[in-house]
Design a protein around this ligand. Structure first.
Ligand SMILES: [Zn+2]
Length: 288
């Protein structure tokens, strides 16, 4: 594996997320692992999670009088510190909320954004950060959240446009071709088993495994992040306002948590030479 243990920043990982807290859930392990191995880790958020509610009835605000955006800013800063993230960018859009919420109509709602404008903002970041590996959500936005779906669309467009010498270039930008593009993935069989176990206990799962899951044959990469699991969970718990007591993360047994959170899975959509078998490293085959 072409990684060193010093942060020489010859390799860069860029992850595009829709909202604060998404980084810890699906990519907390790879952020910790690659950071520990000397890779520069960069996060880009499309929104600041302005449409989120306080989902945790036990939540105590760090300071009185803070609004949800201010609360989520503090929570994110704490999580990024735990995850040892090198830098963070915001595209400047507003959280659209789930499909059908009034926030969908806000003039700055990300899901309503001009796709070309949003893509251009991300191209600028890609050309400046120059990542070898880019990660975002799949076409379903993992769970059909309009902001996650939009994040997928603009990341796909920006991944292609950033290498195009004819794409409008801002001051001093040079075209850049990232080597690989991945979508985060939840193995379909595993999420079906989790769903069935919750139903067997007589509880309401609150999620559709057929939406969340990616079939095994599409999963190219499984990264073992068990070594980082406690720090990943620590980062997730930094987002206290979002910790719904009924969420799947709170209801997992230790064994299920290790299986579900201790491995992060990805679908390679560009740049993976493997046809048969799987890889265990997003940077496999990439020379610094
Ligand atoms: Zn999200």
């Amino acid at each position: 594996m072409p990684l060193s243990n010093s942060k020489n920043h010859q390799l860069t990982l860029l992850i595009v997320h829709a909202h604060p807290d998404d980084e810890s859930i699906s990519t907390g392990g790879i952020l910790l692992k690659y950071s520990d191995n000397g890779v520069r880790t960069v996060l880009t958020y499309c929104t600041r999670g302005e449409a989120g509610d306080i989902l945790n009835p036990d939540f105590v605000s760090p300071q009185p009088g803070l609004n949800i955006t201010e609360i989520r800013k503090i929570e994110l800063e704490n999580a990024l510190h735990v995850l040892n993230v090198d830098s963070v960018n915001f595209l400047g859009y507003r959280d659209s909320g789930m499909a059908g919420m009034p926030e969908n109509q806000h003039p700055r709602a990300f899901a309503q954004a001009d796709k070309k404008e949003a893509t251009a903002r991300l191209v600028k970041i890609i050309r400046s950060v120059r990542p070898q590996v880019v990660v975002t959500y799949n076409e379903k936005g993992t769970y059909l959240h309009p902001d996650h779906i939009m994040a997928n669309r603009i990341t796909l467009a920006a991944f292609k446009a950033s290498r195009d010498a004819d794409y409008p270039i801002g001051d001093g930008d040079e075209p850049w071709q990232p080597s690989k593009l991945y979508y985060t993935a939840i193995p379909l069989e595993r999420i079906r088993r989790m769903h069935a176990a919750i139903v067997d206990r007589g509880e309401e799962p609150g999620f559709d495994p057929e939406v969340l899951g990616t079939p095994e044959e599409k999963i190219s990469t499984t990264v073992d992040v068990r070594k980082y699991l406690s720090r990943k969970m620590m980062a997730l718990h930094c987002h206290q306002s979002q910790m719904n007591p009924n969420s799947i993360f709170r209801r997992m047994t230790h064994k299920v948590r290790e299986e579900a959170m201790g491995f992060e899975n990805f679908e390679c959509v560009y740049g993976c030479p493997i046809r048969n078998g799987k890889e265990a490293d997003l940077f496999e085959g990439i020379q610094p």
